[in-house]
Structure formats: C-alpha cells, structure tokens
Design a protein around this ligand. Structure first.
Ligand SMILES: N[C@@H](CCC(=O)N[C@@H](CS)C(=O)NCC(=O)O)C(=O)O
Length: 232
C-alpha cells in the first residue's frame, strides 16, 4: 500500500518530511489535515498519534509521529544507503544532534515567536525575542565550528530540512537575520541549490504571510492549550 503522509500545508515539521520524500523520490499520498477545523484533535486522529500533532506517517498501518523520527525512518527503511542520513557514526551523530537541537531549541524558540502569535492570541515579547537571538547565536556557532556548506557536513542531510523550515518562518515575518552570516548564506544557498525543495517551503511561507495579514478565525477550534484570538 502507498505510503501516506498526514500533513499540514504550512507546518514546518510537515514540510521537512515532504522535502525528504521528494529528495529521495519516494512516492507517497499527501493527506491534508485541516488544522483550523481541528482535524488533528479528533479521537480517530489520536489513534494514529496520541500527541494529536501533525505530521503522521502511515506505512501500511505503521503509524509514526514526530517529524524527526519520520525522517530517520524513511531513510532507514527506503534508502538506507542514501547520503541524506549517513551511516558513519560520527556524521550520523551530528545529524541526530542537529535534529535534536532544532526540536528542543531552535524551532521551539523561533516558532513561539513567529508562528504562535499568527495563529493564536499571543504577543511577541522581549523575552521571546531574546530566545530567538539565543537560538540563532547557537546555530551560527555550530555552522562556524563545522565550517561546512550544510548543517552537518558538506552535503544535504535530513538535518538541513527542519533547520531550514524554522529559519523560513523568520523570513515569513520579515525578521532580518542577515547579520548571522553563516545561517544567512546557508539559507540563501539552500534556496538557490534546491529550488524544488525551496518551492515546498516557499508555498508554505506565502500561506503563513497570508495568515499574518489575515488572522485565521479559529473560534471553533476549541484548542486545549492555546488562547484563541477574537476576530471581528
Ligand atoms: N515535534 C513535532 C511537532 C509537530 C507539531 O507541533 N505540529 C503542529 C502543526 S505545525 C501541530 O500539530 N500542533 C498541534 C496543535 O497545536 O494543536 C514534530 O516535529 O512532528
């Protein structure tokens, strides 16, 4: 049975998985999950992913959430010799480290500042900005220390995708990160060198920008955590 990916069109974790599947030429069916309608919060969805988060991969009834785990699984299962997820233990460790860094720090800090105030009733705060700058500083340091063209080595790996998509949300809100020269150059080069992968992120960025100017009406979402903005 064809691989299925339950994804949301403007969600960075979903974009990263789509980019890996595209790069690896793995056929899959993309099932759009309507975040605004709370399709990811239904009991049926929770059967697939008890975290009620998007994306979820369905490999013939094997359900996997957490985009990092999905990225690792699709490489291991379908393209085990691909350079996208190297076998060399040290190189693989750096890839895994950068995936963890994105999940725990980079995306966590950046999305709270870029995405959350677009979709929910949050303000951008000075503390939030400090956290973004801290994340950028650390990422800049990692890139400087390695001195490679990509985030883990001198070629594309699965670690590039999530870090790229987190950074894309900064561009989406017009946040100038050009003084982080290593990040900036890596980001620009990704766009230039992988236009078909950038297209996936670019379409999402346009959606995010649309929502930034036209806040979505999520009053029917009944979200268990996030405060819903009042829309006139
Ligand atoms: N750590 C998860 C995060 C996934 C995630 O947060 N996805 C968002 C959409 S971009 C979501 O489903 N949020 C659920 C909610 O806010 O209700 C991953 O990398 O897959």
């Amino acid at each position: 049975m064809a691989l299925k990916l339950y994804g949301v069109s403007d969600g960075p974790p979903s974009l990263s998985v789509r980019q890996a599947l595209k790069w690896l030429n793995i056929p899959f069916e993309l099932i759009n999950v309507d975040f605004g309608k709370g399709e990811h919060m239904t009991p049926k969805y929770a059967q697939m992913n008890p975290q009620k988060e998007i994306p979820v991969l369905d490999d013939d009834g094997f359900f996997l959430g957490e985009s990092n785990a999905i990225l690792q699984y699709i490489c291991d299962k379908f393209k085990p010799t691909s350079e996208l997820y190297p076998q060399d233990p040290k190189l693989r460790a750096i890839v895994n480290h950068r995936l963890c860094f994105n999940l725990s720090t980079y995306y966590a800090n950046i999305s709270a500042y870029t995405m959350a105030p677009i979709f929910f009733d949050y303000e951008r705060t000075d503390l939030g900005l400090k956290k973004v700058k801290m994340a950028l500083d650390v990422f800049e340091t990692y890139l400087s220390k390695l001195g490679t063209s990509h985030v883990a080595c001198d070629h594309l790996t699965i670690a590039d995708f999530p870090l790229f998509n987190s950074t894309m949300t900064l561009e989406a809100i017009g946040f100038d990160f050009s003084k982080y020269t290593k990040i900036y150059n890596w980001y620009i080069n990704f766009k230039k060198n992988y236009p078909e992968l950038w297209k996936i992120s670019e379409d999402a960025m346009k959606e995010i920008q649309h929502f930034a100017s036209n806040p979505p009406d999520l009053r029917n979402l009944n979200h268990p955590i996030h405060p819903i903005r009042k829309v006139n």
